[in-house]
Each structure stands twice: as structure tokens, then as C-alpha cells.
Design a protein around this ligand. Structure first.
Ligand code: FBP
Length: 546
């Protein structure tokens, strides 16, 4: 495989580990945990893995370990650093015993169910150290949730002598990891299941999981490009750039990029919901800023739009909830009819209020909301062109204001969507170190006999040597939520907190950013050089941990 100069130089990078993981570890157990909500329901559903303590690793004595065979799955959307989690697991289990072996299941959970796998040997692992992407074994979105799938997986795990499975995924995949851990424990299958927190969206976090991996690199990559656009925008002074950023539900990616590049307008989905805003109010908000800048001779600007915005608009959120229940309740009938009939079917079955909202949306948007779901039941917001929709609606409003003499200016737009550009970027130093540590730590959780735990590395704004390593029971992050018409145990998604430090810092500055031109140009991720350039964590993490 031909390699770039950076790839060659980067292959030699030795990711940093927390001091405690460099030697032998001992397990320190904290207090028993309870779930994030709905305690009785979660305890009933997870009798074998509920209430376990938080684990912290401390310095231990040298111990002899038997070889252990471990399986690994990459699940869901790509996130920078996945290869380092795998190399961390590999180095961790080899340190325990050089005879240990690592197997990768191919193309996500499907590989486990359908018995597609490969052994990950040292030469393969070395090819992928510190690289972006999930291409070492591929990823997939199959939902691992049925007993038949678990039983089928167990056949291949037993055949390969695999004693532990590491599932690297987001909130949905880690929820499934926990269900699998519970099932294997309940039947004494002898297979431990450990989760690792992955997602560029940044919405898998809590007091013990400070950030999901990939968020750092992805937001730095987007911020670089947005900064470049801002500089172009400020040079030509003739366009308003509408930039949609990934983040299926939460607006963490958009907020982090805003803190890095100081755009003129930033929409935060969680705020839209809290303020009970309508689409028209959002459009008016943008148009007002555009008109104010135009009045001062500035017919240019940048607008950041979170991918999940549409689902936060309360009226649309209610519509989606009814759509989900409607489709789930009539799934068999719904599957039989073609796409156009489905739209007609939906229109005739929705309540009057939601039918009116459904009919008022542009055809492309209503179609997306009605028809396309990923295997976890999520609306595929990356396919909805919200940035274009908003730009068109703002243009219509400004044209109206022009007629009324309330606006003088020119409104020309450009649209961008940044998501896939950042998901496979070469991991920043932070993600390279964090991911390697998460993987190495997962190996220690396996050696300690744990199951149903998520690998946890904390204190991440300090130098890596001071990071705290351990595990958090996945049930401690769960509550009950309605999914596809049924109440299900799921990991609670971390949304942007409106009373949190990152959002507050943004609020204090946004009016000035709207009025003036305060752009900041972060430039590309740097892998070699001074620590203040190469090793900075995200602004979100800094504000949260300050
Ligand atoms: P995960 O939650 O699996 O990490 O994926 C997140 C994400 O990148 C979202 O930001 C985006 O909406 C979605 O994946 C796109 O999915 P796909 O890769 O299937 O197009």
C-alpha cells in the first residue's frame, strides 16, 4: 500500500498512556451504581449487570496472566482514532501474555452474526497505527438486539476460544453491548463484553466518560475548513455561507466549531427546543442579523447549522414521534406499499395538527422524515438539506422585507455540509493518545474479569500521564425511552446543556460575533510541533473541566 509522507512519519508516533497503565494494575472498586433514570425498570432488565461499582485502576503487583483471545467490532459511523483503540487492545492483551490473540469481526456487528472475521496480527496492526478510518475491519450499523443474533455470535466466539468482545460504538451500540453482556452472563456463556465510547457527535458522555473519541479530530477538521471559508468570505465580502455540521441529535459539534471559529450566526438545536421556536422564528432570527449587517455595508457572513436542528423544532419533534409510533404500529402493512403510497398513507393517518405540519414542509424534507430510518430507527438527518432550506427561507423573508422597505442589501448564498470530511481524518494527538489508552484500558478490564463495563479514561485536560483509567458499568448510563413505539432501555444521550460552561461562553460572545466580523482561523491539525499547537483538547472539554 502506497503511503503519504505524513502517514510514514505518523506510523512512528508512540501514543501516550496514563502512568497507571504503564505498569501492572490493581482494581479499586467505588460505590455501587444506579442507572441514570428508571431504576426499577433497568434493574429488572439487567439483573446480572445492574448496580456494579465504578472501577479505577491503581498501581498493582506483577501477575501472571493466561493468554486470552479477544474479539473486536467497530460499530456505526466512523470516528478518528478507531484504529488506535484496536492497537491499544492488541498491545494490552499482548502485554498480559504474548500468546493472546485478537480477532476482528468484519463490517460491524454483522461480522459476528454471520461469522466473518480475521485475525489481527502484529503486521496488520502496525499498518494501521495512528491512522484515521475504520478500514482495518470495516464498520456497520446492524442492530445487535435479538437472541438469535446473540446465539449465532456465541457459536463463532466459542469456536475461536474468544473470552471477551470489545464493541466500539456510540450510545446505541453500547446499549446493545450491555444487552449482550447481560445475556451472556445470564447463560454463563463465559464471554465478557466491554464497550468503548465512539462518536464524532460527542453525545456519549457523562461524569465518567468525559468525551467520546473522534470528537476532537472531527471538530478540528471542520473548524479548519470553516475558518478557511470565513477568510474567503471576509475577502470577497459577497456571500452568506450556510454550513451544516454533522451531529445527528446533539449540537456539540456545532457549538465546539463556533467556539473555535467565531461565526456570525450559530443555531443550537437544544436552545431552539428550550425556547419552543418555530421554523419561521429561526428564519426571522437569521434574517434580522443579515439585514443589520447589510445596513452597515456587510453583505456577507457565516451561519453554522447543526444537522439535527430539524428534530429539535418542537412541532417537528412531535410530528416525528407520531410518525415513529404510526409506522411501528402498522409496520407489516407499511412494508407492503410503495414509497408514494406510504406518503399518502401517512397523511391520511396522522392527527390533524401533525398532518398540517407535515403538509407545510418542503416535499424533500417530509419524505425524509417519513421514509428513511437507519437500523436504530433514527431519522437520517445527514440526508436533509437544512442549510439549503434555511437559506431559501431567509431569502424569501428578505425579499418581503425589501418590498416593505425594511431591508437594503444583497443576499447571495453558498451551502456546505461538513460531516464525512472529518470522520476519517488522521487522529489528532489527543485522539491518538485517548483512543490508544481506551483500548489498552479495555484489555485491563478484560484481565480483571469485568463485563458490561465501558472503558473510561478521565482527567483528560491534564497531560496523558495523569489520566485516570478504569471502567463504568453501562447500566449506570441507562434510562427508559420510547423507541419505535415501545419503551426500551437506552444510554441517555448527552445533549448540549444550556446551563453548561461551553454554551454560556458562546452566549456571552455571540451578539458581538453577529454584529462584527470576529472570525478566528484555527488552521489544520498539527501533529508535530509545540504542545500549545499540537496537544490542545477541545474548547468544550476545557470549559467543562475548568
Ligand atoms: P455514530 O453515532 O454512529 O457515531 O454516527 C454519527 C454520524 O456521523 C452522525 O453525525 C450522522 O448523522 C450519521 O453518522 C451519518 O450516518 P451514515 O454514516 O450512516 O451516513
Amino acid at each position: 500500500m502506497k503511503k503519504s509522507a505524513l502517514q510514514i512519519a505518523r506510523a512512528a508516533y508512540q501514543p501516550k498512556l496514563p502512568e497507571v497503565l504503564k505498569g501492572f494494575v490493581a482494581v479499586q472498586e467505588g460505590d455501587k451504581t444506579q442507572s441514570a433514570g428508571d431504576y426499577a425498570d433497568i434493574e429488572k432488565l439487567f439483573p446480572n449487570t445492574y448496580g456494579m461499582p465504578v472501577i479505577t485502576f491503581t498501581k498493582g503487583k506483577e501477575e501472571k496472566h493466561e493468554p486470552v483471545n479477544v474479539g473486536v467490532i467497530l460499530s456505526g459511523g466512523q470516528a478518528p482514532g478507531g484504529h488506535n483503540v484496536i492497537s491499544g487492545i492488541f498491545d494490552g492483551i499482548k502485554k498480559l501474555n504474548p500468546e493472546s490473540r485478537l480477532y476482528g469481526f468484519l463490517m460491524g456487528p454483522d461480522g459476528l452474526i454471520k461469522h466473518n472475521y480475521m485475525e489481527l496480527t502484529a503486521d496488520i496492526i502496525d499498518e494501521y497505527r495512528n491512522t484515521g478510518g475504520f478500514d482495518i475491519i470495516g464498520s456497520g450499523r446492524t442492530k445487535l438486539e435479538k437472541k438469535e443474533q446473540f446465539d449465532s455470535g456465541l457459536i463463532i466466539l466459542q469456536k475461536l476460544g474468544i473470552k471477551a468482545l470489545v464493541i466500539i460504538g456510540g450510545d446505541d451500540s453500547n446499549t446493545n453491548a450491555c444487552v449482550l453482556a447481560e445475556y451472556y452472563k445470564s447463560i454463563n456463556a463465559g464471554v465478557q463484553v466491554i464497550g468503548c465510547p465512539k462518536t464524532i457527535d460527542g453525545d456519549l458522555k457523562n461524569s465518567m466518560i468525559e468525551t467520546s473519541f473522534g470528537f476532537d479530530t472531527a471538530t478540528k477538521t471542520y473548524s479548519e475548513v470553516i475558518g478557511n471559508i470565513e477568510r474567503d468570505c471576509n475577502s470577497a465580502r459577497k456571500y452568506w455561507h450556510f454550513i451544516k455540521l454533522m451531529g445527528r441529535s446533539a449540537s456539540h459539534v456545532t457549538l465546539e466549531c463556533a467556539l473555535q471559529v467565531q461565526p456570525n450566526i450559530t443555531l443550537i438545536g437544544e436552545e431552539v427546543e428550550a425556547k419552543n421556536q418555530t421554523l419561521d422564528e429561526i428564519v426571522t432570527y437569521i434574517a434580522t442579523i443579515v439585514a443589520d449587517r447589510a445596513a452597515r455595508g456587510m453583505n456577507f457572513g457565516t451561519v453554522l447549522v447543526p444537522e439535527g436542528l430539524i428534530e429539535f423544532i418542537p412541532a417537528i419533534k412531535k410530528l416525528i414521534a407520531e410518525l415513529n409510533d404510526l409506522i411501528a404500529a402498522n409496520q407489516a402493512e407499511f412494508d407492503q406499499i410503495n414509497a408514494d403510497e406510504k406518503i399518502a398513507y401517512i397523511k391520511s393517518h396522522l392527527s390533524a395538527t401533525n398532518a398540517a405540519i407535515f403538509n407545510s414542509l418542503p416535499a424533500g424534507v417530509s419524505r425524509q422524515l417519513a421514509l428513511e430510518r437507519d437500523p436504530h430507527g433514527n431519522v437520517q438527518v445527514s440526508l436533509i438539506e437544512t442549510e439549503q432550506l434555511l437559506a431559501e427561507m431567509v431569502a424569501t423573508k428578505l425579499a418581503q422585507w425589501k418590498k416593505e422597505g425594511k431591508y437594503v442589501g444583497k443576499f447571495s448564498t453558498q451551502h456546505h455540509f461538513f460531516g464525512y470530511e472529518g470522520r476519517c481524518a488522521a487522529p489528532s494527538n489527543f485522539d491518538a493518545d485517548y483512543c490508544y489508552s481506551l483500548g489498552f484500558n479495555a484489555a485491563m478490564l478484560i484481565a480483571s474479569g469485568k463485563t458490561g463495563y465501558m472503558s473510561s479514561v478521565r482527567n483528560t485536560t491534564a497531560p496523558a500521564a495523569q489520566w485516570i483509567a478504569g471502567g463504568i458499568p453501562i447500566t449506570a448510563m441507562m434510562n427508559m425511552e420510547r423507541r419505535n413505539g415501545e419503551m426500551k432501555p437506552v444510554i441517555r444521550k448527552a445533549l448540549v446543556e444550556l446551563d453548561g460552561a461551553p454554551f454560556k461562553a458562546f452566549c456571552e460572545q455571540r451578539d458581538e460575533w453577529a454584529k462584527e466580523t470576529c472570525y478566528v482561523y484555527p488552521g489544520p491539525i498539527q501533529y508535530f510541533g509545540p504542545t500549545e499547537v499540537c496537544d490542545q483538547p477541545t474548547k468544550t472539554l476545557k470549559y467543562e473541566q475548568a
